[in-house]
Design a binder for this molecule. Structure first.
Ligand code: SF4
Length: 293
């Protein structure tokens, strides 16, 4: 069911045709919502390309398909310059948490930064109240994106949510310990070992790339992940006597570069792509690591 706010905004937009865009985890709901809108008289198209964030807004597709509105479910605005009206319908999950059994693990920390992904934002306030009743000073932070973690001066962070993507992004970005409170399993996990593993992968990629000759510079057409740095990176690599090609994708996958002779990749797309080094079977560097070659 769509929220009343979204229904009202759709009505006010006088849209006739709508492109619906869903993140992967919510695709099971897309037909029900399409049916709901069709009954109300709209023509509805469902965008089926994989979606992992509002950085990947399909506004140009919506325009090309003659839509009046893009209805983007599950994320909030990312700051992309929109080419037609976009309505964001966040998807909230209200989970009751039992924090009692996690107090021991949090004993060494007096101040805690609490955050979540947007879906679990309702869990933050009750968790903050509980922790404060047990002697902690809690800062409730904005819900985070995988590449925009909130930072503050606290002894540790607790991320409330489901799936490792967001809390790992936080752990990689901050100096303090990050605990992942998994709402599905009601477990609390210190992510320091995962962070260390990611750092090792990053340094191993840099070491391998030092011996590499042929580099692919990955560029995407996704509006919120575009970067203007590709040719500057190419120059930088060539100055180090490497060869480099600028490769353009919507979504980068190993099969799309299977026929190319490449020893290493430089990623200008989603900054978390370098976690897929094993999938690509090649070192993937982020642009800031090139000066280490
Ligand atoms: S982490 Fe990647 S997919 Fe997620 S919002 Fe950032 S750029 Fe988009």
């Amino acid at each position: 069911m769509l929220s009343e706010t979204t229904r009202k905004r759709l009505k006010e937009s006088h849209a006739k045709r709508i492109l619906l865009q869903f993140p992967e985890g919510l695709k099971t709901r897309c037909q029900a919502i399409a049916d709901e809108l069709t009954k109300e008289g709209y023509e509805v198209l469902i965008a089926c390309e994989p979606n992992f964030g509002a950085c990947d807004l399909r506004d140009q597709d919506a325009l090309d398909l003659g839509c009046d509105v893009l209805l983007h479910i599950g994320h909030t605005a990312f700051g992309v310059q929109e080419k037609l009206p976009v309505i964001y319908e966040p998807y909230y999950i209200d989970k009751k948490l039992s924090l009692e059994k996690h107090l021991d693990a949090l004993k060494p920390y007096r101040t805690i930064g609490l955050t979540s992904s947007v879906q679990f934002v309702a869990a933050l306030e009750p968790a903050a109240v509980f922790l404060e009743q047990h002697g902690k000073t809690v800062t409730v932070l904005e819900p985070m994106l995988g590449c925009r973690p909130p930072k503050t001066a606290v002894d540790c962070y607790v991320f409330i949510g489901s799936g490792m993507f967001h809390p790992l992004g936080l752990a990689k970005a901050v100096d303090q310990p990050v605990f992942f409170l998994d709402v599905e399993r009601n477990t609390l996990e210190d992510l320091t070992p995962q962070k260390t593993k990611q750092e090792k992968i990053r340094w191993a990629s840099i070491a391998k790339a030092q011996d590499a000759t042929n580099f692919g510079i990955l560029v995407t057409t996704k509006p919120g992940q575009r970067s203007a740095r590709a040719f500057a990176i190419k120059k930088e690599l060539e100055a180090k006597e490497k060869k480099a090609w600028v490769l353009v994708f919507d979504q980068a996958t190993p099969d799309k570069i299977a026929g190319l002779k490449l020893d290493a990749l430089v990623n200008t797309m989603c900054p978390r792509l370098n976690e897929d080094t094993a999938l690509f079977k090649k070192p993937i560097l982020n642009p800031d690591d090139i000066d280490k070659l």
